[in-house]
Design a protein around this ligand. Sequence first.
Ligand SMILES: *[C@@H]1O[C@H](CO)[C@@H](O)[C@H](O)[C@H]1NC(C)=O
Length: 582
Amino acid sequence: MWKRLLRLSFAIFTVILAVKGDEHNHEYADKEEVVLWMNTVGPYHNRQETYSYFSLPFCRGPQQGISHYHETLGEALQGVELEFSGLDIDYKLDKPQNQYCEIVVTDEIMRAFSYAVKNHYWYQMYIDDLPIWGIIGEADENGQDYYIWTHKKLDIGYNNNQIVDVNLTSEVKVKLEKGIKIPFTYQITWKKSAITFKKRFDKYLDPNFFQHRIHWFSIFNSFMMVIFLVGLVSMILMRTLRKDYARYSRDDDLDDMERDLGDEYGWKQVHGDVFRPPTYPTIFSALIGNGYHMCTVVLSVILFCIWGHLYTDRGSILSTAIFAYAATAPVNGYYGGGLYSRIGGKLWIKQMVLGAFLVPMSVCGIAFLINFIAMYYHASRAIPLGTMLAVSAICLFVILPLNLVGTILGRALAGQPNHPCRVNAVPRPIPEKKWFMEPAVIVLLGGVLPFGSIFIEMYFIFTSFWAYKIYYVFGFMLLVFFILAVVTICVTIVCTYFLLNAEDYRWQWTSFLAAASTCFYVYLYSFYYFLFKTKMYGLFQTTFYFGYMALFSLSLGVMCGTIGYAGTGIFVRKIYSTVKID
Ligand SMILES: *[C@@H]1O[C@H](CO)[C@@H](O)[C@H](O)[C@H]1NC(C)=O
């Protein structure tokens, strides 16, 4: 158990260091053993509901070998649990059709297979890290009789000493009946192939889907939106600044009295309150710190994916994300701690602990709930205890200390308040205003445009996550990330400008929440996606879907909120630094 724990924590570091953190280097000599790993079975429409292959009463081949293993933390978290098939496969050695094992259909076996066939179960295997999918069986038209496929015909393509292509054909349908013997057979054919090792994953990618005209169009569309919004914001800035300059040039001719009563209006009135610390400073700075952290993680994972073609390795994107999250933990402490100190917070240790554990705790909370249900169903998605301990160990011994370092740096380097305006001792009352100027309304409306700029990309991301299309267009994702950032910043600046003009100075939370409300729309969209784009069913899959979607939306919200707040912060400093204060 401890050995496994150590190996797991170790694995996430090796995944970055060694691109081939693998059992071998993918090169074979003639007649060398090739391992066929059985991974999972599960209902076709519930891609996340998977069970270990041998949870169905399949039999193993005669070959003895390695029993089972999780390779990396990412795999363990994704429910990859490889087990040796027992089939005898040798490099470049054709095998005629031959039996590898046999089962006698008892009542129980009959029930298990009938259930699997009725629910369109499919299975997944790996050969040399290439995934292979097959369907278990078929029901006849009236749903009375169930048949299972018993013959696996594997066509393996090789290029020199490497495996570059695999096709599986299921043949020989046998009707399930009590008491009969069902022999399972396989057949191996080796074929020379022209595919290079580098391009062997290309056949799993779906360029027609991902590089569809719609995808390009949505990016173009969002670009137009960006141009429009940037125009709007610069107009606002120019207008406010020009008025100021005009006023300053007039200043010399006016006496003080006139100047005070002159064109002081709107946002200028609240200069004594605008830098008043937000309510709930601890939570606020923890959220902002996490937002910066998340942005860093997302950016670095996208860049890693573009650079390293990570989609070909099982679970490596998740491992990279965990690694990036742990390694960039000081970012969280730096921004969270720095902000907390600037707004005059005193309980900095409490703030740091809250900031450090906000994300791990919410992830664990939801994962625990799903795990509970998964364990009830015996699904292979149930995260093993060792993995959970490894994750907790990383939280305690890596993330927390790094956060501490970040917090200390943040407080030392960025902890001094440096507002352009003084904060008045007595808060100014907030005047009555029209209903659409209320922060709650602004917050709700703020998310519409950012959501509009990403929802097509959301469709592609959801589809690749929930339906096993391999997402590989990370360039698009990077572009959409930048578009989202710019749109979010522009929208929150406009929102904040209106808010301040209504002489409401509570801009910090409002700008954060206005940007974060994007995630509310994303979550709504996920309901639409669940109902109309997928055929998932059952308690397990539904909890899994909505649980992880909630996590995804929340992280997106914190990220967008921080981007919006950061952009607005610069804007607010800019306009108030031109205000002339007596
Ligand atoms: C697998 O199937 C594809 C498409 O039918 C074919 O082009 C390829 O040659 C096959 N590979 C092997 C190794 O048989």
